[in-house]
Design a protein around this ligand. Structure first.
Ligand code: PRP
Length: 224
């Protein structure tokens, strides 16, 4: 990475941060040991390698990148589909695999216009529109699995990872909508101004992802 070509990367805290940092390290980026996800700090700078990290909410990653507050972001495909931001999607990192699904109570009987609770109103609306089914979408910000249990909604559209949240709340997965993995995204202007540094980082990550792909079967989604 050249002088003056420092990069800012927006990342969600938690699992994606941990897996993203691991990928960078495997790609030969010498990040300091002190870079740990359980810190309460919202910005972390690794001066040695010219990288700064912004710790943001998952749903906000592509917003920071679109507006140029971050050059790069690591973000789930679910967020990219929901937010539809004007950013470059550079690479499928094949980390944090899960899927977006319709779920509900096992004994639910169909109604004419079901209510669907979700953190992803855009994805849910599009999915049911394409099926030709009229639904009322109810936007929630979390704990979506509660909605069918207390009669707020007939169905949910949400992320299923291990399936534990559904199981522990007596819900079943009904229809998978789309597979989700985390992606590397870039701000369009940053890519023009700092293309060499961004390509360098993206190539390093791609080589780790490809190596992993050769040695194990993983749920890598489609880029685009
Ligand atoms: C996510 C998602 C599901 C759960 C799925 O929620 O919205 O609720 O994880 O994971 P599982 O299949 O492994 O149980 P999150 O933990 O982000 O919390 P939230 O419901 O408050 O958004």
């Amino acid at each position: 990475m050249g002088e003056g070509e420092g990069l800012t990367i927006a990342m969600p805290k938690g699992r994606i941060f941990g897996e993203g940092i691991q990928l960078l390290r495997k790609g030969g980026v010498h990040l300091p040991e002190s870079l740990e996800p359980d810190s309460r700090k919202l910005t972390i700078t690794a001066v040695e390698v010219g990288l700064s990290f912004l710790m943001v909410k998952p749903m906000d990653v592509s917003t920071y990148v679109e507006h140029g507050a971050a050059d790069l972001g690591i973000v789930g495909k679910d967020v990219l589909l929901e937010e539809d931001r004007d950013v470059y999607e550079l690479l499928d990192l094949c980390i944090s695999p899960c899927r977006m699904s319709v779920a509900g109570l096992p004994d639910w009987s169909p109604v004419l216009h079901p209510k669907v609770a979700t953190k992803y109103p855009r994805i849910a609306s599009q999915y049911f529109r394409e099926k030709g089914q009229q639904v009322e979408v109810i936007k929630l910000n979390g704990s979506v699995e509660l909605a069918p249990l207390i009669g707020l909604a007939d169905r949910i559209v949400d992320i299923v990872s291990t399936g534990r949240t559904l199981k522990e709340n007596g819900l079943v997965e009904l229809e998978p909508i789309v597979d989700v993995t985390s992606r590397l995204i870039a701000n369009r202007a940053s890519y023009r101004l700092k293309g060499a540094a961004i390509d360098n980082l993206s190539d390093r990550l791609a080589s780790v992802v490809n190596q992993k792909g050769e040695t194990q079967h993983d749920a890598c989604g489609e880029t685009g």
